[in-house]
Ligand binder design. Structure first.
Ligand code: TRP
Length: 330
């Protein structure tokens, strides 16, 4: 049995990218493993307005419950409420160099996207260290994340090894990433990543109309001008999404062959994708509604999750302090 830990920044509603990247895996994992799922509000605060973070915490919790994370099976909690995570981050900051942080390709790309350059907040540059603390505090062995998070897992394991070497102990454990075989879901516009801030995301809570509009606006093959022309399937977002969401892989392969040959209209492929997405998201939207009507109950569930999470992190932190020799008054 694994201990699983993962999380999401509450910067907006969760979208299809989160679903394919990690949420689907988590729903699978929760029945066989000990799973912690964290609303990473501290990490969100590294680049997002506090009011926006606060207003999205419950939204993310609704999304979790909507996709089928079950608080009886998974511990759902809020990062900032487990202050041990901040404490462990401070210890870990001594175990990683500025040069190493600046080499993290995901953070590098995010800094470029945000136009920070040298004015990058130190908290932003060091969020992989805080993420390492999240994982290590729970002694997680498996971390279901999207492919873009793989550098964080490598950095976590480096820090864990350094900590254990420094303290000549086996206090902390290394983890493995669980990355979906399918790879990262592109944005609706075909760009490499789906993101709310990139304006190319489809929320899990999207209405039927929003789903319809999103599929209509999706890129296909820009050279596929007439139905009878042969079309390009690779890099065609509509087919990428069918691969990710259509359970009937044989039917999708058939469509691809017809599209490549020529004679299959974009509208036909899009209609199929719209049906698939409507069918995927309808039960999620339906499960979400009663939770969103009862924020008090969801808050209580989170409070219980935070208490459970804090107990686990506090036990690790006692060992960490002992290993570092800073348990002066025990
Ligand atoms: N960086 C993750 C994201 O942007 C969120 C996150 C924070 C996380 N701490 C984590 C993911 C620990 C996995 C494990 O989605």
């Amino acid at each position: 049995m694994h201990t699983v830990l993962t999380g999401d920044r509450p910067t907006g509603p969760l979208h299809l990218g989160h679903y394919v990247g990690s949420l689907r895996n988590r729903v699978e994992l929760q029945s066989r493993h000990r799973q912690f799922v964290m609303i990473a509000d501290l990490q969100a605060l590294t680049d997002t307005d506090p009011a926006k973070v606060r207003s999205n915490v419950l939204e993310v919790a609704y999304d979790y419950l909507a996709v089928g994370l079950d608080p009886e099976k998974s511990t759902l909690f809020i990062q900032s409420q487990v202050t041990e995570l901040a404490e462990l981050t401070v210890f870990f900051l001594n175990l990683v160099s500025l040069a190493r942080l600046e080499r993290n390709p995901t953070v590098k790309e995010e800094i470029r996207q945000r136009g920070f350059e040298r004015d990058v907040p130190v908290g932003f540059l060091t969020y992989p260290v805080s993420q390492a603390a999240d994982i290590a505090a729970f002694k997680a062995t498996l971390v279901p994340v999207g492919a873009d998070q793989q550098p964080m897992i490598e950095q976590t394991n480096e820090i864990v090894r350094r900590f254990n070497a420094l303290t000549a102990s086996t206090t902390l454990v290394e983890c493995a990433a669980l990355v979906p075989a399918q790879g990262r879901l592109p944005g609706l516009d075909g760009s490499a990543k789906m993101g709310k801030s990139l304006g190319n995301a489809l929320a899990l809570s999207a209405s039927p109309d929003e789903i319809r509009t999103a599929v209509k606006q999706m890129y296909t093959d820009r050279n596929h001008l007439r139905v009878q022309d042969p079309g390009q399937v690779d890099g065609n977002v509509v087919f990428t999404y069918l691969d990710a969401f259509d359970a009937d892989a044989a039917a999708v392969d058939e469509l691809k062959a017809r599209y490549r040959r020529g004679g299959l209209a974009d509208t036909v492929v899009k209609r199929r994708l719209e049906d698939v997405l409507q069918a995927t998201l309808a039960p999620i939207r339906a499960r979400r509604a009663p939770y969103a009507r009862d924020p008090g109950a969801v808050r209580t569930m989170l409070e219980e999750g935070c208490a459970r999470a804090r107990a686990v992190a506090a036990a690790t932190l006692r060992e960490v302090r002992q290993a570092l020799g800073i348990e002066y008054f025990a």
